[in-house]
Design a protein around this ligand. Sequence first.
Ligand code: SF4
Length: 865
Amino acid sequence: MSEPPFPTPRTRTHCPYCALQCGTLLHGDRETGVRVRPADFPVNRGKLCQKGWTAPDVLTAADRLTRPLSRGPDGRLTGTSWDTALDTVAERIRALRARHGPDTVAVFGGGGLTNEKAYLLGKFARLALGTSQIDYNGRFCMSSAATAGNEAFGVDRGLPFPVADLRDARTVLLAGANVAETMPPLLQHLDRAELIVIDPRRTATAHRATLHLQPVPGTDLALALGLLHIAVVDGLLDQDYIRRRTHGFEEAARRAMAWWPERVESVTGVPARDQRAAVRLLARPRNAYVLTGRGVEQHSQGTDTAAGFINLALALGLPGSGRGGYGCLTGQGNGQGGREHGQKADQLPGYRSLTDPAARAHVAGVWGVAPDDLPGPGRSAYELLDALGADHGPRALLVFGSNPAVSAPHAAHVTERLASLELLVVADFVPSETARMADVVLPVTQWAEEEGTLTSLEGRVLRRRAVIPPPAQARSDLRVLRDLAVRLGQPPDRYPSDPREVFEELRAASRGGRADYSGITYERLDAGECLHWPCPDTEERHPGTPRLFLDRFAHPDGKARFAAVDHRGPAEDISSAYPLHGTTGRVLAHYQSGAQTRRVAELSAAVPEPFIEVHPDTAARSGVVDRGLARVTSPRGSMTARVRLDPTMRPDTLFAPFHFPGDGRANLFTHPALDPRSGMPGFKVSAVRLEPVSEGAPGGRRPARSPTASREWEAPPPDAPGESPGTSGTSASTRHAESPLPGPLSGLLPGPLSGLLLGLPPGLLFGLPPGLLFGLPPGPFLGPFLGLPPGPLPGLPPGPLSGLLLGLPPGPLLGLPPGPLSGPLPGPPPDPLLGPPPGPLPAPPSGRTTPLPAQALDAMPEVTP
Ligand code: SF4
């Protein structure tokens, strides 16, 4: 069935979700509904994923917020006027500030806010509130890669090259990135490359890979060090590049020398031969790229881990070479622009530092205040949430474009902190779990109802355009900030509410900064110019900078920096009480906390509830069954969901998606230990146990309850009759493995081998202490790095040695012939549900955790705009 002809006029804009920012064409009105088509835009080339196709449904969500709500003395949220709502907020902020000082009011922003909103939010916090307490949910996504990128290259732009450059890649290493589910149209650019995927799960992306390295969660840095080690020992370095374009190689390499392949294998579980194969693929002539994602970044050592992969890319001479590079796959819709313009705790617009006197003077000048009027840096996101309602913490919080009750780590604790506030104000367009806890809820516009700009993962500034007016009383966030600022005594002209005016001011504030937007205008963007920052305002129109680092890196001497990093384990190790690694992530059908996508009927039908993905053997040992309810418990709390068996999972690991609320919140078990430099929590690895739950037991019910037990929510009546959240698109059922399948270890447990896969300490794992394991003193191993001839270990083939050490016949674990454990894990059988679905919408059958990317992409209809 083909779509009817797309009528004109069409509005050219971009998908509201992820940082790929696929180009779209919108048509329609509020009465007949908005329809979307993919545009022939360079990143998506006429394709959209399931979320993009169904994005208009959020515009008409049944519980769309259409008027301000205020919590009354009876504890219920009920409708009120804008004046009453804003007067109430301003009055309570004034009273709290008078009693406790300006830092008693905090602000929490979002990586989905437009550049204009992010900019004005930072200005509002620092001038109208005078608070240092502002941060945003991008701290949970991008901060470690950003910190590592700034330190290595002198600037942080997710991809310092256009996405389309990937089409010329011969090899792409995806470290902790599952693009087949998070941004499927990107796969078009990877179809000529051989993929190396690093992921503890055999994801849809890993299924496409030439090589899947499946490390123990939390050991990615050891693997990165091992890959650098191999590049050194095997003579694969680009010595000329290292000498001309970098500093710090010697110390970085010296640390990597302690991570020879067999040691890396013992820590990560990745076979030494696969490590060697990965480096050989990357070091081949022609283009190679190293790309990191949240899987390796969301750790308490995430900055060092990202730096470890940057070291590898630098050692191979890739960044800025014009024949490959390093990049970070930014996640949120405006994850790039949102981290550049001042909503971060330590930052001013233009990616300037709040502690730099020159930066403070420049921005204060643009804002018409004295530099000393600007507060200093505040707490990072989790630290801020953790301090809410505490003795010296904020007593009021204003939330824009975020849902921390679901998305923050240690979610039960964060929910308690939110509940302890004297004032919680949430600006959103749907009643998210955080909005349901608020004292005042402010209904704001969303993507197709507003103008603005966003900056994609490749640093390209894009126009967002309105196609329909907002419903009823919804207002833009810019107007909300202005109206509040004026009530707090600020001059009205300091807070323009027109996005174009705000952007003009942002241009001036960013002028001369790392992220210089001063040469970018709405007029140039509307004329179709492709503008990547930095784009300074020069006499001759600056063309923008699609490719960074071709001549020099952004450090004053033009050279990149290797980082001297070393592996350290996760903040929490497994134990007898918590014997599994719990990890979290996304599925194709949902986005972030799910506040939007859970309101789209087609997406909700595809993945209607949370799940726990485990290996059949792990399930059997834990007493849980396929589709049965189970509880995942860490020292911080428990989540409950149904079990999905997946024989490709590591038996020492379980996975849960983080898009769901209530008892199904994966973040109930995640760890809030922070990376010391980026403030990134260690979302990706927690020590957990798995146990069955009977359907009638506490926590054993579905759907999950809201985390707002102490605050009641009364859904406001629909603003316009006939609005419906549903679509008539293809629905699909959730896929489950039919029955526990015998896994590669089924016949071997329990025993010493089980220790290996359960991630027990090395002694148990191999039955030998580390010294015996490697059998040799450290000297010879380090020979190549210490200027000595290669020692016996590097010179020996890994199979027999490792086999002997493990007391196993050669092969199974470390040997070269694929054995039950060493070879690539078997993929699941072909699934009849995975064929291209009928109908106009590409509707992959479920939130994918098993292979399908090729088919999913093929199912995207081609559209000629
Ligand atoms: S990949 Fe999907 S969610 Fe991301 S921008 Fe494209 S259509 Fe939207």
